[in-house]
Write a new protein. Sequence first.
Length: 317
Amino acid sequence: MKRFPLFIKKMLGYWCDFKLSTDIDPTTNPRNEIVWNNRKILVGKKSVFYQKWYDAGITFISDILDQNNDFLKWHEFTLKFNLNVPFTTYYGLVNTIPKCWKANLKNPIQSVEYHTTVSILTTSSIYSSLLKTIFVRPTAETKILRHGLTENTIQKVYLMPFSVTNEVKIIMFQFKVIHNVLPTRATLYRDGILESPICNLCNAKEQTLHHLLINCNLTVDFCTLFQDWWHQKTNETITLSTSHILYGWHDRTKHWQVLNYCLLIAKYCIYCTSLRGDVLDFQSFPVFILGKLEILKEITIVKKVLPKFYRTWAALL
């Protein structure tokens, strides 16, 4: 092992973690695991058997747990089993019990579906298994929840741009909006790239992401005109909230997917107008949308699915 490159050592370590995690049956209750001669409970890299402990009635992990599924304190253990055991020996054994078992004791797994087995492994399955152990929830989710969305609908926010467009630049634009990493004049000023953080659309306030897409006076007027335009096209009356503008329209109305696409393009137009330093004018937006639809139409002609194009976009044509 000492001769192996650091990368190989890390990969072998990850493999050991993966092997251990997939080799443990998630439906097994850790309380019923036998402590002795258990290849997953190793002290000094060897399984153990303490005769005196066994004689005192210790066989299963449940024997050294309290009513709350917490491991007994050392003094509680010695009193319960009348054993004179050094605390280092007791805690040494407790510390070797797999972390996933300890986690399961506190939060029992009701149902886990594994799509891989140890005998059939793919890069994707290994990567997925590793993600489950190291995945950290995005910090953006706190802000999303504050806008009235729930844990069950957050996934819809992430998937929305992929469901309404194949344009990578639009998808990545929305990704940056969701995670609040879209460069604005405020962030560029903070990083020493611009000399002023003031919004170049209204020339009144600092241009944060929230200001650019929600609070800027010109953006407010743009959104009002957007709502009127949408009513003229679809005969649907909508009131766009901050959540709708930032994260999409998730009410399953008749044209909800078309609406989400138009909202994405509208936000993109506002952003690009600010980047160019132009005047924000709603009248250019419908023209821009029609240009996008012409491109989509040509694509559907090539793919021979033109009827689907008209079914989807008829309201805007």
